[in-house]
Structures are given as structure tokens and as C-alpha cells.
Design a protein around this ligand. Structure first.
Ligand SMILES: [Ca+2]
Length: 246
């Protein structure tokens, strides 16, 4: 019998959903939060309440999320979720201080060797130089986590990944702390890189997308996505570990 555990235990004995944990950890620093756990429909709810997005494809699937609830299934061909980049996306997002958190799972092991670029999440401004991305590269088993700014260049890591289970990705950037840090399943990948800086503009345009490279569906994810959130504060490693824990 499979265990369904929509509620998570806290160290103080209380229980909460994963979405409630994200809301608690990011309180006061909210940018966006797409749980991707709607049971049906094409509305991609922003739990931070600054404008919902729209799914194109990306069907709801019961019993698939890391907690046994709904997640969204991307079939690898033109599926994506298109956020409305407004409200906090434009005003609260900080290229100087922030944290990006997301969960992904491939359809099967063959996705890691399918020779195709596939995106989990992308945040970018129209200049196409300042960006954040989580993507599977067209090189076998390569997973790229990337923070890039015009003034400081590219801060990225390439990880060798072959899991067919859920994995968690996080990027933490801080100008005041002088680093960009990438973590998989709560563990830092490589060394701290460069530092963060102001972007030329706030996120805008067609390349702010979940599950694809842009809002035409190119380079679509093939598998499941869930629990994507961003705040305008650099999370500590302990906080990222909590985001990466079910
Ligand atoms: Ca499709």
C-alpha cells in the first residue's frame, strides 16, 4: 500500500502542507509561488497571489507529487506553464538577493540521454542576458543551474544526474554576501560563484516560463514538475534543506 502524505511533520510537532512550508519560509519576501498542484484545469495558480498563469498542455495527474498529491505532467512536446509577469514578479523580484526553488522528475531514464534541451524553469528579462534557468542539456545526464547577469557574466553549474525520482533544485544569489550558490537536493554543487548584481530590467517578456524555454513551448520538459517558488532573500543552506525535504 502506498503512503499518501500530503501533510508534513514539523520539528515542533505541528503539521503543514508543502505549500504552507514554502509560504512560511518565504513570508515577507514573496515573489512567486506556483505549487503546480491543481487537480484540473488550465489556471496555474500563484499561491503568493500576484497573478495566476496559464497551462498549455501540462495535464494534472493525481498521486504523482513528492507528497502523493497532484503534480503537472509535461509530455515533452510544447507543454508549458506561462506565468503572468506582473505584481511581485516585476516589483518584488530582486536580481541582487534571492532564492529560486523547484522540483522536477523525468518521464523515464531515457530523458537524460534524449539529446534534447529541456527546461524546468526560466526567469529572464527582455534583454535576454540577465536570467535564471534550470535546464537539462542536450549532453547526456547534464543538468544546468544558471544565474547570469550582464554586468558579471554567467554563474552556472553542470551536474551529472540520472535519477528517475523527484529531485529538488535551488539557486541562491546574494550581492551583499557576494555569491551565487546552486544546490541539488539541498546539497551545494561546486563552489560559490561570482556574485549577484542588479539586472538591466525586471523579469519581463516571453522567456519567463515553467517547463519550457519560452512561451511557445520550445525545449519542453518531459516528466513532472511541482512546487516552484521564488523570494527576494538569499535562503540559508538550512532553509534550502527544508525546501528540499518532504
Ligand atoms: Ca504536448
Amino acid at each position: 500500500m502506498s503512503a499518501v502524505k500530503h501533510l508534513l511533520w514539523r520539528s515542533n510537532g505541528a503539521v503543514e502542507t508543502y505549500s504552507q512550508k514554502v509560504a512560511r519560509l518565504m513570508a515577507g519576501n514573496e515573489v512567486f509561488h506556483y505549487p503546480l498542484d491543481e487537480p484540473s484545469g488550465t489556471i496555474m495558480t500563484n499561491a503568493f497571489g500576484t497573478g495566476d498563469g496559464t497551462y498549455s498542455g501540462a495535464a494534472a495527474q493525481a498521486g504523482t507529487s513528492p507528497t502523493g498529491g497532484f503534480s503537472r505532467w509535461f509530455d515533452g512536446i510544447n507543454d508549458f506553464g506561462d506565468p503572468v509577469v506582473a505584481g511581485a514578479w516585476a516589483t518584488a523580484f530582486s536580481a541582487a538577493e534571492g532564492t529560486l526553488s523547484a522540483w522536477g522528475k523525468v518521464h523515464d531514464t531515457g530523458v537524460w540521454t534524449d539529446g534534447t534541451l529541456r527546461h524546468l524553469l526560466r526567469v529572464q528579462n527582455g534583454a535576454a542576458i540577465d536570467l535564471l534557468s534550470f535546464q537539462k542539456r542536450n549532453t547526456n545526464n547534464d543538468l544546468r543551474t544558471q544565474y547570469s547577469s550582464l554586468s558579471l557574466g554567467n554563474a552556472e553549474t553542470i551536474s551529472t544526474v540520472s535519477t528517475t525520482g523527484w529531485f529538488h533544485l535551488a539557486t541562491v544569489w546574494t550581492d551583499s554576501g557576494n555569491y551565487v550558490r546552486h544546490l541539488i537536493d539541498g546539497v551545494q554543487v561546486g563552489s560559490d560563484i561570482d556574485r549577484a548584481a542588479a539586472w538591466g530590467a525586471a523579469p519581463n517578456g516571453t522567456k519567463n516560463v515553467i517547463g519550457a524555454f519560452e512561451n511557445t513551448g520550445t525545449q519542453s520538459w518531459h516528466g513532472w514538475l511541482w512546487g516552484m517558488a521564488c523570494m527576494n532573500r538569499a535562503a540559508s543552506d538550512a532553509e534550502v534543506a527544508k525546501l528540499a525535504t518532504i
